[in-house]
Design a protein around this ligand. Structure first.
Ligand SMILES: Nc1ncnc2c1ncn2[C@@H]1O[C@H](COP(=O)(O)OP(=O)(O)OP(=O)(O)O)[C@@H](O)[C@H]1O
Ligand SMILES: [Mg+2]
Length: 102
C-alpha cells in the first residue's frame, strides 16, 4: 500500500501523480482547453525490479515518464527516483538516471 510516508528504499515512487496541459485553439476566437494527460497515477518499483508501462495511445505513458525524468513538472501529486523528489531534487535525479527515446 502507498501511504504519505516517503520510501527512499524504492527505485521509483509515484503518488497521485497528475499532469494537465493547457491548450488553445482558434485564431479569432481563442478557446482554452485543459487536457488531463495523467489523472492521479500511483505505483512503486522496488530496486532491481524490471517494469513495463503499458497502455493505449494517449493513455499518458510518455507524460508519466517525462515527469519521472524531470522533463515535465507534475501538476499534482509527487514522485521520487531513488528517494530523490523529481521536483525538489532535479539535479540528484538527473545524475542517477538514463533515458532512451523510443
Ligand atoms: N505537450 C502537450 N500538449 C497538450 N497535450 C498533450 C501534450 N503532450 C501530451 N498531450 C496529451 O496528453 C495525453 C497523453 O499523452 P501521452 O503522450 O502521455 O500518451 P502516451 O500513453 O505516451 O501515448 P502513445 O502510446 O501514443 O505514445 C494525450 O491526450 C495527448 O494528446
Ligand atoms: Mg508515448
Amino acid at each position: 500500500m502507498l501511504s504519505d510516508a516517503r520510501r527512499p528504499d524504492l527505485a521509483v515512487e509515484a503518488v497521485d501523480l497528475r499532469r494537465t496541459f493547457v491548450t488553445r485553439t482558434g485564431i479569432l476566437r481563442r478557446t482554452r482547453k485543459d487536457v488531463e494527460a495523467v489523472k492521479g497515477v500511483s505505483f512503486h518499483l522496488e530496486r532491481g525490479e524490471l517494469f513495463g508501462l503499458l497502455g493505449p495511445n494517449g493513455a499518458g505513458k510518455t507524460t508519466t515518464i517525462k515527469m519521472l525524468i524531470t522533463l515535465l513538472i507534475p501538476s499534482g501529486g509527487r514522485a521520487s527516483v531513488l528517494g530523490y523528489d523529481v521536483e525538489q531534487d532535479v539535479r540528484e535525479v538527473r545524475r542517477r538516471i538514463g533515458y532512451v527515446f523510443g
